[in-house]
Design a binder for this molecule. Structure first.
Ligand code: SF4
Length: 711
């Protein structure tokens, strides 16, 4: 028996786990690491299934090549030869933009793909870069970028010191936190109660978090921006605005006052379904000590996602709770991005067909199908997916899946032959999470405590590490062919990181370990990778500290409280006030503790307990529509139609139906036996690629108009 201490790479919570292996290197037990400096023994069902993932017989163990429509296992040399034969001619004949990239969410939890994926994308030089970010969180990057000058400067609730937490559109007891790295959410929310504090949840569903909260408001989907503006309105109207020490760093306070004027509680109440008196009380409560507003996916995946994301931070500023203990604070991770910081800019290029703007270096995935289907110069003819399953996770997934079959060439870097990679010509698998080192580069930037934990690979891998795969692909697109010198490319990458960090490049390590070591040396805590290696339970750098003005990167050097690109969208929201409150049926998503978007449904321990993929309908709507619990419903939107079992429950508010995302594992040709036995339906057959948050281009996934009838 051996024991390894690892950081769980499956979600944003970064829990420390203790993995026990027998002499045959079989994982016999996974449990929470009680000595982990951050998670202190917490574990969820997904983390406990790390062994099942490692031993999953459906995980790919060799590259696959499609020959005559069938996948066959081939050597790595054969796979790269095929890529070198087919990809460069597309680049040469049709230009760099003819090859698109889609990077999925698991890549952000993978240090090799995070650090070396960007090397490939840069070498590719395509404007057609897409990722899961434009499915669910681009509005937050947009608002942080325009307010603070840095799209990664996202304030997080200082959960361990707050006393009043207003949560909108988030269910952290189930998601384990998002854009907020905080293991053991339940324990931390309990801590708020123990300090005599209060938790208020605004959500169309009575989620687990809403059930735990002191107060729940079942808002009409898509109206969070109206509610948030009304809270701002009350603060000004009742002379409660008190930014405190931030006042000297603020621009735009009077503009916000004017913008909020029409959004009175009485004006927004009929739209949100929350009474004007309740809104006034909620606003007053935000002025209490250590209060904070936190919004997540329900606020970012709606038609006014950027405005809602902005107003969350505006409220924290107006109440004096931004950058103060117990409020919303900026983490200071041990690894900081190297190089000069430049003020945020959007729209540096636009998508060819619909003219949608670039945000943080990517185009909205809602327009990928347009770019593949529409002939002309710059048409996308080849696609590389990296740890992504856009055929399940992006809007109008049915249209995208059909478009993928028209590509000249497609590569998937993926551990499974799934609903998306089945369209590929070549699939390049990677090692299991236990066979690669791990470091949460992205999530320590969002952590409610400044911590760092390096996990070496627990087991050797028979597969190449993904950083080598990324460099091999880089060599091919850079014209060096499949025999490119990967070690030399790695030296080149490390030299570039060292130069930007103002350091000498080192040669005692390779791959991500060397890059992380360089970034640690350039970081704020005077630590090296060797220090982290000597601390298998992590290093705690302490609670968050105020960072304004040092964190700001706007051209003015101040907080732009009324940034022009967001202010320009406010008239669109104002038009909503003039409309009659809509009472049509709308669709929202939901999430389960044992689900991780689309990619862990092939693990038996996580799909036990019956079909979770149902359409939840309120009893009043069920009676009106003739739906019965356990019966089958037909759900139709502009984009598509599907049939799904009905679950009648008052967890959803009247007028709202809910289907979880990430399901629909019944596609021909996928090789995920457990998932295919429990397929569920793909809710993204209903979401609409033309329905977007306008500034960021992010898909609207919550608040889709639908019709529901007995099937
Ligand atoms: S909460 Fe997230 S990080 Fe923690 S064990 Fe579960 S999946 Fe892993």
């Amino acid at each position: 028996m051996t024991t390894a201490h690892v950081t769980c790479p499956l979600c944003e919570a970064t829990c420390g786990l203790e993995v026990t292996l027998d002499a045959n290197q079989q994982v016999t037990r996974v449990r929470g690491d009680e000595q982990d400096v951050f998670s202190r023994g917490y574990i969820c069902p997904k983390g406990a299934s790390l062994g099942a993932l490692h031993h999953d017989p459906d995980r790919l163990i060799a590259p696959l090549l499609k020959r005559d429509g069938e996948f066959v296992e081939v050597s790595w040399q054969e796979a790269y030869d095929e890529i070198a034969r087919r990809l460069p001619p597309i680049l040469e004949q049709h230009g760099r933009d003819a090859v698109a990239v889609y990077a999925g969410n698991p890549g952000v939890h993978n240090i090799a793909l995070t650090l070396y994926g960007r090397v490939l994308y840069k070498a590719l030089g395509t404007k057609n870069f897409y990722s899961a970010t434009s499915v669910d969180q681009l509005p937050k990057h947009f608002s942080a970028g325009t307010m603070f000058g840095d799209p990664l400067a996202i304030p997080v609730p200082d959960l361990d010191r707050t006393r009043h937490l207003l949560i909108l559109g988030a269910n952290p007891l189930v998601s384990n936190g998002s854009l907020m790295t905080a293991p053991d959410i339940r324990g931390r929310l309990r801590g708020i109660r123990d300090r005599g504090g209060k938790i208020v949840v605004v959500d169309p569903r009575r989620t687990r978090t809403a059930q735990f909260a002191d107060e729940h408001h079942a808002i009409r989907p898509g109206t969070d921006a109206l509610l948030l503006f009304a809270l701002v309105n009350v603060l000004f109207a009742e002379d409660l605005v008190a930014p405190g020490r931030l006042e000297e760093h603020l621009d735009g306070l009077d503009d916000v006052r004017e913008l909020a004027r029409p959004f009175t509680p009485d004006a927004v109440a009929p739209h949100t379904g929350i009474g004007a008196g309740e809104i006034r009380r909620m606003a007053r409560e935000l002025t209490s000590d250590n209060a904070v507003v936190y919004g997540r996916i329900g606020t970012t995946t709606q038609a006014f996602g950027t405005i809602a994301s902005w107003l969350v931070d505006v409220l924290n500023v107006l109440t004096g709770h931004l950058d103060t203990p117990g409020g919303a604070m900026f983490p200071l991770a041990a690894c900081q991005p190297t190089g000069n910081r430049r003020p945020f800019a959007v729209g540096r290029w636009h998508s060819r067909v619909r003219g949608l703007p670039e945000v943080v270096g990517e185009l909205p995935v809602a327009t990928l199908a347009d770019e593949i289907e529409t002939p002309g110069e710059g048409q996308v003819r080849a696609l590389i997916t990296v740890s992504g399953n856009p055929c399940l996770s992006t809007p109008n997934a049915g249209r995208l899946a059909a478009a993928l079959d028209t590509l000249d060439f497609m590569i998937s870097v993926d551990v499974y032959l799934n609903e998306t990679s089945r369209h590929a010509d070549v699939i390049l698998p990677g090692p299991s999470p236990l066979e690669r080192p791990h470091f949460d580069l992205a999530f320590y930037q969002l952590s409610i405590r400044n911590v760092a934990n390096w996990t070496p690979a627990t087991l050797p891998s028979a597969l190449p590490q993904e950083w080598e795969t990324m460099l091999r692909l880089t060599g091919i697109v850079a014209g060096q062919g499949p025999e490119a010198d990967v070690a030399a490319l790695d030296d080149f990458v490390a030299a570039d990181v060292a130069r930007r960090a103002g350091l000498e490049v080192t040669h005692d390590r390779t791959g991500p370990a060397r890059l992380v070591d360089l970034m640690l040396r350039a970081g704020p805590y005077d630590v090296t990778l060797a220090d982290l290696e000597a601390a298998p339970h992590g290093v705690d750098f302490g609670p968050l500290k105020p960072r304004i003005p040092e964190v700001l990167c706007t051209a003015s050097g101040r907080i732009e409280l009324a940034p022009e690109p967001i202010v320009a969208d406010v008239p669109r929201l104002r038009e909503e006030l003039a409309k009659t409150a809509d009472d049509g049926l709308v669709l929202i998503g939901r999430r389960h503790l044992s689900s991780n978007n689309s990619w862990m449904h092939n693990l038996a321990p996580l799909v036990r307990g019956g079909n979770r993929c149902t359409v939840q309908v309120h009893p009043a709507d069920a009676t009106r529509l003739g739906l019965t619990d356990g019966g089958l419903a037909s759900v139709t939107s502009r984009a598509g139609k599907l049939q799904v079992p009905v679950e009648v429950t008052d967890e959803v508010r009247p007028g709202v139906v809910s289907i979880p995302h990430g399901w629909g594992h019944d596609a021909d040709g996928s090789r995920t036996r457990v998932a295919r036995a429990n397929p569920g339906v793909n809710s993204n057959l209903l979401t609409d690629e033309t329905f977007l948050d306008r500034p960021s281009g992010t898909s609207v996934l919550n608040g889709i108009p639908v019709e529901v009838a007995p099937a």
